[in-house]
Design a protein around this ligand. Structure first.
Ligand code: ADP
Ligand code: MG
Length: 532
């Protein structure tokens, strides 16, 4: 009974172990690359030391450690900036769910310690340096920092636990069973041994790299915890993707599609989320050679057996095997989305809402997968304001004799719907795609067709919606209005190329259309903004 009760606060330990694990990864790699580094890497591990009398819990690692400057930059400054606000809110938060949400929102793993501690002491020494540093804070937005002489290499984070609650035995973070339970629940896959007590030699985690197991050897919960460890996200992923290749170039991949787009998805500096391992050794974060730009939201791990540990980003970019691997990973991600589209439409809708604009960048750049991308894309349309349509569905609804897929680009749905260009199409019942993302301007220029149907902007050139009979009427009207048209043409000769009688309009008296070869007004604005 007791053992099935979990608290949201427990995740502070996941965060500290995750940091310790990263620190061990970094040391291992640095020691491999720099043979002169004065560091002992023979027994890399994480240790949890509890003191029931003093009510402290220490999470210790013999990893890379931090210099004094790094402590100030990585741990210290968060205490000054946004975190002061976070900590104030944390104190006010009524329950641990609220505080876990707050922590996740602010994305500061280390500071989750203050959910359970009223004082945190961090002692660290960077590999290769002799001077150690002690940082201490009560989580009120300030901290103290001192030099220490005899700090062991690595980092020790000591939590001075808050006074016990009434139901304390459940949340006693000094109890061995409790620590074991949390580690097994949240950190079992950590590839470094997590040991218990000052002298414990046995690992309490299984240490099995999750990506090396087959799908039935791991639970969904384990995949989700692993995702949180590598992505620093606090929400479960939308989809887990597993892939392995055997033979001459062997690798295993465990990829995730998050359930929410990060805030920096459209900023140029944001990072890409696939980590590269070589034979279980962490090599780099954000390996851009493994995922194209337009799938930058995909997170995960790729472990390759046949690469050198010395491999660099430059080498990876040129490696043929890596290019093949990337091609396969991309196909797998896209086919997963395609499957999701047909079997789990709601999940797919979430995916498209969060990542659609990024994926559409692929329509411009990834010509190899263009067909698949066109299949998995959806677009707002005049058919149903509530539900985006796929191109396949659009084509199925096309009217007899309709040859083109009609679209209009613009800044918002409202602007597009009220555009005079829309009138004739609405009146005659033609469906028009409503394209409001900036990237839409780009791909419509570079994608020629879908399923043999060309894309046609309803704002460009002569769009012929009329029957033969209507055309005859138009001819008569044209003669009737010839005088007006030529007068308008002369009067407006500075502003427009030509004045035509139009069958596009039903209620508006006039509208401006682009030439068939002109760039669209929005694109024109974009180019002008870029100074071209
Ligand atoms: P994140 O892990 O998402 O970067 P954290 O708040 O958990 O955010 O940690 C902030 C930074 O502090 C880490 O990125 C790392 O550089 C540093 N750090 C934290 N714990 C350790 C540790 N045990 N050893 C070395 N560096 C650490
Ligand atoms: Mg962290």
């Amino acid at each position: 009974m007791v053992h099935s009760l979990y608290s949201n606060k427990d995740i502070f330990l996941r965060e500290l172990i995750s940091n310790a694990s990263d620190a061990l990864d970094k040391l291992k790699l640095e020691a491999y690359r720099n043979k002169d580094l004065d560091a002992d890497t023979t027994d890399l591990h994480i240790r949890l030391e509890a003191d029931q009398e003093a009510r402290t819990l220490t999470v210790r690692d013999n990893g890379i450690g931090m210099s004094r400057d790094e402590v100030i930059e990585l741990i210290g400054t968060i205490a000054k900036s946004g975190t002061a606000e976070l900590l104030r809110k944390l104190k006010e938060a009524k329950d641990s769910t609220a505080s876990a949400e707050l922590i996740g929102q602010f994305g500061v793993g280390f500071y989750s310690s203050f959910m359970v501690a009223d004082k945190v002491t961090l002692v660290t020494r960077r590999a290769g340096e002799s001077q150690g540093t002690r940082w201490e804070s009560t989580g009120e937005g300030t901290y103290t920092i001192d030099e220490v002489e005899d700090a062991p290499a690595g980092t020790a984070v000591t939590l001075h636990l808050k006074p016990e609650d009434a139901d304390d035995h459940l949340y006693d973070y000094t109890a061995d069973w409790k620590l074991k339970e949390i580690v097994q629940r949240y950190s079992d896959f950590i590839t470094w041994p997590v040991r218990l007590g000052k002298d414990g030699t046995e690992a309490i985690n299984s240490m099995k790299a999750l990506w090396a197991r087959s799908k039935d050897e791991a639970t969904e919960q384990e995949y989700h915890e692993f995702y949180k460890h590598i992505s620093h996200d606090w929400t479960d992923p939308l989809e887990t993707i597993q892939l392995r290749a055997e033979g001459t170039f062997e690798y295993q991949a465990l990829l995730f599609i998050p359930s929410r787009a990060p805030l920096d998805l459209y900023l140029r500096e944001r990072k890409r989320g696939v980590q590269l391992y070589v034979k279980r050794v962490f090599i780099m974060d954000d390996c851009e050679a493994l995922m194209p730009e337009y799938l930058r939201f995909v997170k995960g791990v790729v472990d390759a057996q046949d690469l050198s540990l010395n491999v660099s980003r430059e080498i990876l970019q040129q490696d043929r095997q890596i290019q093949l691997m990337r091609r396969r990973l991309v196909k797998k991600v896209l086919s997963t989305v395609k499957a999701m589209q047909s079997t789990e439409p709601e999940k797919y809708a979430t995916f498209w809402k969060e990542f659609g604009p990024a994926v559409k960048e692929g329509l411009v750049n990834d010509t190899d997968n263009r067909e698949t991308l066109l299949e998995i894309a959806s677009f707002d349309s005049t058919h149903d304001a509530e539900k985006p349509t796929t191109l396949r569905e659009y084509v199925e609804r096309m009217k007899d004799g309709q040859e083109h897929i009609y679209y209009l680009t613009g800044a918002s749905r409202a602007l597009i719907e009220h555009s005079p260009h829309m009138e004739a199409f609405q009146a005659k019942g033609y469906e028009v795609l409503v394209l409001t993302d900036a990237v839409d301007e780009m791909w419509v220029e570079s994608v020629p067709e879908f399923d043999g149907k060309k894309f046609q902007s309803i704002a460009k050139g002569q769009v012929d919606l009329d029957s033969d009979e209507e055309k005859k009427d138009n001819d008569e009207q044209r003669q009737e209005f010839a005088g007006l048209l030529s007068w308008l043409g002369e009067t407006l000769s500075e502003q427009v190329k030509e004045v035509r009688l139009s069958s596009r309009l039903t209620t508006s008296p006039a509208c401006i259309v682009g030439d068939a070869n002109d760039i669209s007004p929005t694109l024109e604005k974009m180019y002008r903004a870029m100074g071209q």
